[in-house]
Each structure stands twice: as structure tokens, then as C-alpha cells.
Design a protein around this ligand. Structure first.
Ligand code: C5P
Length: 236
């Protein structure tokens, strides 16, 4: 399989076409952005860590029965994935209050949410990824009700699998974001799972080990990602 032209450049990853029309290459860059791309910095080794982290998590999810886009790890910063038709929505699930939920509702950070909270956002930087709901998504044709039902079901299933995996590594899975796409008509988990799109705290001290270290200027961003990866046993 041969790597071809860059099809899309996101804030942290680039997508390349390949000679196989059913496969793409994801290139994980060191770029780290916040505020919908307003602030961008290069963090050394971040791309490599996220590529390996994502491969590890996607393989665990596949083993547990979740259909994912992941195919194979290609190089330090690249993975081969199935080509999906992406749905322009972000599915967020929250086990503890943090980030946007704390800001919007003046909730206390770290409050346990039972049952976990499921939210939908529209992927749109210009509008700052507004919160939407299923009714809006169906009315505007972004997804069908059946597709949304499947996305919600898969998000909760991923949460069950990963909560246990992170717990065994002494970590709290606070929240995370998933994106889905269609592959030959079936809803498949796409994009990535990494500390860029999740909140991971040390179970005992609640030390933040995810992208909030960057957002909040806490320093030691990549060091946090490496600590999580090592605790999980991700080969680096
Ligand atoms: O900012 P908020 O609290 O809504 O984020 C919830 C979760 O979704 C966090 O883990 C965050 O990293 C992730 N997220 C993301 N991409 C976005 C918005 C949120 O990965 N555009």
C-alpha cells in the first residue's frame, strides 16, 4: 500500500489517501491546540505517544467487540485505518463533572455522575462545537435516529470497557469524546482515543494526566501522557 496525497489537515492529525481506496493513513502530529485552534503549540513526542496510545486502546476495544476504524500501526506517527464517511458529531460521556459541564452548570469539579452523562456536540470550530441534541441532529440530517441510538449504545459500551481498563492502572476515566463514521453502512468508531480527547486522573491524588495540563498551563503535558501510557502497559 502506497501513501498518497493529504486529504485533510485537522488540528492535531493529518489524513492521507492511499493506493487502497478503503484505507487511509492517520498522521499524528505534535501540534496541540485549544480554544478551537486559537492557540497551537508543538509538544515534542506527543504525536508518537498518541499514535501508540490510540493503537493500544483501539485494539482493546476491538477485542471487546467494538467495531473500530483502526487497522495497523504503520510507523512512529502513522496508523492505517479504514476509510469512513465521518458523521460531524462528537459524543461525550462523563463519569465525573469537569470542563465544559462545570462551566455551564457551575457543578463542582470531580462530582460523580450516576448514571454517566451523555452529550452531543456539533463539530464546528467557527461555532465552537455547540452542544446539540438528537432531535436537532436528526432534523438537520447529520445522523438518523437509528445511527444516533447505535452511537450512544457504543459510547456507553466503550465507557464500560475503558473504565475497567483505566481503573486497573490506578486511573479515573473522568470523561472522553468519541467520533463515529460509516463503513459500508455500519456505524464504526473513528478518529482517536488519546489523552488529547479524554480526562484521566490519578485515582488516589486526582492529579490530571491529560490535555487539561496544556489547557490549564500546568506543564508536564507529554510527561502526563507518558505516565498514563506506561501504567496501562502501552509499548512506547
Ligand atoms: O470541554 P468538555 O468538558 O466538553 O470536554 C469533554 C471531553 O471531550 C474532554 O475529555 C475533552 O478532552 C473532549 N473533547 C474533545 N474535543 C472537543 C471537545 C471536547 O476531545 N472538541
Amino acid at each position: 500500500m502506497e501513501k498518497r496525497e493529504e486529504l485533510y489537515r485537522g488540528k492535531a492529525k493529518s489524513v492521507f489517501a492511499t493506493s487502497d481506496e478503503d484505507r487511509l493513513i492517520l498522521y499524528f502530529r505534535n501540534d496541540t491546540s485549544m480554544k478551537d485552534g486559537e492557540k497551537i503549540e508543538q509538544l515534542e513526542r506527543k504525536g508518537e505517544i498518541n499514535n501508540r496510545f490510540n493503537a493500544f486502546i483501539m485494539q482493546k476495544l476491538e477485542e471487546a467487540g467494538i467495531p473500530t476504524q483502526f487497522d495497523t500501526l504503520l510507523s512512529t506517527n502513522e496508523s492505517v485505518v479504514k476509510k469512513l464517511k465521518m458523521i460531524p458529531l462528537e459524543c461525550v460521556i462523563r463519569n465525573y463533572a469537569a470542563g465544559g459541564l462545570v462551566r455551564r452548570l457551575e457543578a463542582k469539579e470531580g462530582t460523580k455522575l450516576t448514571p454517566p452523562v451523555f452529550e452531543l456536540f456539533l463539530k464546528n470550530d467557527k461555532l465552537h462545537d455547540p452542544v446539540i441534541n438528537e432531535s436537532i441532529a436528526v432534523a438537520f440530517g447529520w445522523a438518523t435516529q437509528d445511527q444516533l441510538n447505535r452511537m450512544r449504545e457504543l459510547t456507553f459500551h466503550v465507557n464500560d470497557i475503558l473504565t475497567k481498563l483505566f481503573d486497573k492502572a490506578g486511573l479515573l476515566l473522568v470523561d472522553f469524546k468519541l467520533e463515529f463514521g460509516l463503513y459500508h453502512g455500519e456505524i464504526v468508531l473513528g478518529d482517536e482515543f488519546s489523552p488529547d480527547g479524554s480526562r484521566l486522573w490519578d485515582k488516589e491524588t486526582r492529579k490530571k494526566l491529560d490535555k487539561d495540563r496544556f489547557r490549564q498551563g500546568l506543564g508536564g503535558v507529554v510527561e502526563g501522557y507518558i505516565e498514563v501510557a506506561q501504567r496501562l502497559g502501552v509499548p512506547l
